[in-house]
Design a protein around this ligand. Structure first.
Ligand SMILES: [Cu+2]
Length: 275
């Protein structure tokens, strides 16, 4: 009889379980509209999620710590050689102690799970107007190709306030392009193109590192991300473009000179043969 009523109660609690994801989702949607979630940059979104997880585990941890402390004092040994006895719990008490905390935890986990999914979706959705920069990793160098003839090594310059997407590949082994401060890292592999994107919101410098062990100098495979004001970026690009043009012009000139020298040498040999 008692077991039967207990199983009915447990069944009732189980039937109530699908309510949790629904509530979690509804709660999440409410926050989404409140905070204009869509407008957050991926890194701000990530930070928000991180602080939420921290608050979450701190509050739950504090509650459990308080309960544990309470039990520790309430049921402490009062006499020497005292033997404890376990109290008989009612069915309601059992359900209360088992099902309710389980539901609370599940609800909380599902809430964070939904948020994490949302964050992941946002981090994998590149804005249509994002600037593309090609990244080529090699032992132990980061090369950035801006697509207009300009390329830099271990120094990445981007304008502030504009999304940038990196299309990345490797010349040799597997590396990982980690943009410190933007919470993005992605493996960079030979024969494949992977990508990640960022939204720089502040002018300044941050570190770029390789986050996949790639050989003896892996720890030295780092670069600098320089976020610049648009005007400064444009000015830098103009001069970099001029440098790139001068360099390629020099390359063409040197190959022309090289060919001419070869031709002269060949003609001299020919003349020698004739004479
Ligand atoms: Cu590497």
């Amino acid at each position: 009889m008692k077991i039967k009523s207990l199983s009915y109660k447990a069944l009732g609690a189980l039937l109530a379980l699908p309510l949790i994801p629904t509530l979690a989702y509804a709660f999440q949607m409410e926050i989404a509209t409140k905070n204009n979630y869509e407008g957050l940059t991926p890194q701000a979104h990530w930070n928000e999620m991180w602080s939420e997880v921290m608050w979450d585990i701190t509050i739950i941890g504090a509650i459990y710590f308080a309960i544990a402390l309470f039990f520790l004092f309430r049921y402490r040994r009062t006499e020497h050689n005292q033997v404890g006895k376990s109290p008989k719990l009612s069915a309601q008490a059992i359900i209360g102690w088992v099902v309710l905390p389980c539901m609370l935890f599940l609800g909380d986990d599902l809430f964070l799970f939904v948020k994490a999914f949302d964050l992941h979706n946002q981090m994998r959705e590149v804005p249509a107007h994002a600037q593309t920069i090609k990244v080529t990793a090699s032992m132990w160098n980061w090369n950035y190709d801006y697509g207009n003839g300009v390329d830099t090594d271990n120094e990445l310059r981007v304008p502030v306030g504009k999304p940038v997407v990196f299309r990345m590949t490797s010349d040799d082994v597997i590396h990982s392009h980690y943009l410190n401060g933007y919470h993005v890292t992605e493996d960079v592999m030979p024969g494949r193109v992977t990508w990640e994107w960022i939204m720089p919101v502040k002018v300044g410098e941050s570190v770029i590192t390789c986050r996949e062990y790639c050989g003896a100098n892996h720890s030295r495979m780092y670069g600098k991300l320089i976020v610049m004001k648009q005007a400064n970026y444009d000015a830098w690009m103009v001069s970099a473009l001029a440098d790139a043009k001068a360099e390629s012009g020099h390359r063409i000139a040197s190959t022309t000179v090289g060919k001419a020298i070869k031709n002269i040498a060949a003609s001299k040999i020919n003349k020698g043969q004739e004479g």
